[in-house]
Write a protein that binds this ligand. Structure first.
Ligand SMILES: Nc1nc2c(ncn2[C@@H]2O[C@H](COP(=O)(O)OP(=O)(O)OP(=O)(O)O)[C@@H](O)[C@H]2O)c(=O)[nH]1
Ligand SMILES: [Mg+2]
Length: 461
């Protein structure tokens, strides 16, 4: 597929709406739009100044019939999203008006754009790098303010800058080594070796620093997998409803009310939580309940956080102990619910079992301690780190994977230096790390990967 042809697509969601935008990008964008756009006083589209929006009509040249009344913007290369000429036609937002306009544009010689093709051109034409292009997709799909802030910072080049810095220092080592290999008689060997060790060490630290943010990044992007677990009737569904602020799950005083897993998304202090209410766990002969327990175990396996619920008005039972053992090494918060009732639960015993996990006394019924719980979750997973503006957080698994590979290459190089291996062997690992980092920003990446990344975009972006 040629990257020089002119592409077009509807860039807004299809459906009934106030306006709909048909976007055209490429060499012939103006000519194509010019053939169907009638401006008042028959002004030619080529006389329209760049970056202006203009009133007119779209007319089918064959029938001479007006199709829609529109506003048309002209953006001339190179200062555009794709670095090519762009025309955007704001037509009425019904499916038929926008489809008709697009059809005319295609008839006049544009090709229907592939998913993500506008952004792909922005990348191929050097306006943004690959990590910035990926940020565009994150921006579109961001579900919380935090995710939005991070996507924007990546789009503005926050990550790219860090990657460039590491790549530059690796390049400087490579240059140093070349010098030593080319001029072995010069006495630069010793200084260079130390410099190499220092620079590799510094790069390793930088990459580790980035990798450390990726857990946070994953949570911001995909949500913190949270499971509420406890024996029947402790108030798990009540808690889900309280956090959601709606009556989502059925709550009754009959133990065993929740039979199936209920999954919901909530936003707690900027953190998206994928929260799961489970069936109460007890030793049972009931086949349905047994399946429920098995399912709960599956969800536990994937959980980032487990909320273990205990009943303040009951003694610690065999089931409670079983549950705490089941959760085992997961990060968890122990909630002593129904603290509005006279207490029978032995708190000391609970604290002993909890170990380093926090214990909170709450009453879902009286809305006590729910805010503390939210704060606790935020503290456990973020410690205010996303508040710092401009901080770079790895949210993309592709980036994480490449950083890990680059890290391993550099560790190999570090080993090789300390073992006194020949310098030209060390360059192999350093070059490999350099290429892996380059793949993040798209400098050293193959077409297949590029195509794969952009195919995940929506049409019109
Ligand atoms: N006193 C008191 N009652 C509560 C509290 N939280 C929940 N309950 C009551 O406990 C009963 C059980 O609540 P649910 O939320 O259905 O409990 P569950 O853990 O989901 O129960 P299962 O789905 O059967 O496992 C209901 O009658 C709730 O109103 C609380 O903080 N204090
Ligand atoms: Mg329930």
């Amino acid at each position: 597929m040629s990257e020089t042809d002119t592409i077009a697509a509807i860039s807004t969601p299809l459906g009934e709406a106030g306006i709909c935008i048909v976007r055209i990008s490429g060499r012939d964008a103006l000519n194509i739009a010019g053939e169907i756009f009638h401006a008042p006083k028959r002004k030619s589209i080529h006389e329209i100044p760049s970056r202006t929006i203009n009133y007119g009509k779209i007319v089918d040249p064959l029938s001479g019939q007006a199709v829609d009344e529109v506003l048309l913007s002209v953006m001339k290369a190179p200062f555009t999203y794709t670095r090519e000429d762009i025309v955007e036609i704001n037509c009425h937002g019904g499916i038929s008006a926008s489809k008709k306009v697009l059809e005319l544009v295609l008839e006049k010689g544009a090709r229907l754009a592939e998913p993500g093709e506008f952004t792909k051109r922005a990348f191929l034409n050097g306006r943004i790098d690959l990590s910035q292009a990926e940020a565009v997709m994150d921006l579109i799909s961001a579900k919380t303010d935090t995710a939005l802030t991070l996507a924007l910072s990546q789009l503005e080049g926050g990550l790219s800058k860090k990657i460039h810095l590491i790549m530059e220092s690796l390049l400087s080592i490579l240059a140093n080594i070349e010098a030593v290999i080319d001029f072995p008689e010069e006495d630069i060997d010793e200084i260079t070796t130390q410099q190499i060790i220092d620079t590799i060490g510094k790069s390793i630290e930088d990459i580790k620093g980035l990798l450390e943010t990726s857990d946070t990044g994953k949570i911001i992007k995909e949500g913190l997998n949270t499971v509420i677990i406890g024996k029947p009737n402790v108030g798990k569904s009540s808690l889900l409803n309280a956090l959601l602020d709606e009556k989502r799950a059925i709550v009754t005083n009959i133990p065993g009310t929740t039979r199936d897993i209920i999954e919901e998304f909530i936003n707690i202090k900027g953190i998206p939580l994928k929260i799961v209410d489970t069936a109460g766990i007890r030793e049972t002969e009931d086949i349905i309940e047994r399946i429920g327990v098995e399912k709960t175990k599956e969800f536990l396996h994937k959980a980032d956080l487990v909320l273990i619920m205990l009943d303040a008005a009951d003694e610690l039972t065999k089931e409670d102990i079983l549950i705490m053992e089941l959760v085992n090494d997961k990060r968890s918060i122990i909630l002593i619910n129904k603290s509005d009732l006279p207490q029978k639960l032995d708190e000391d015993e609970v604290y002993k079992m909890a170990g380093t996990n926090p214990v909170l006394k709450i009453s879902v019924l009286e809305n006590l301690g729910i805010d503390d719980l939210k704060q606790q979750i935020a503290d456990m997973f973020f410690k205010g780190e996303i508040e710092q503006k401009g901080s770079v957080i790895i949210t993309n698994i592709r980036h994480q994977d490449l950083l890990k590979k680059a890290l391993n290459n550099l560790k190999d190089a570090e080993n090789a230096v300390s073992l006194g291996m020949p310098l030209d062997l060390i360059t192999i690992d350093i070059k490999e790390a350099y290429y892996k980092l380059g793949e993040i920003i798209g400098e050293t990446v193959g077409d297949t990967i590029i195509d794969e990344i952009f195919s995940r975009f929506c049409v019109g972006k």
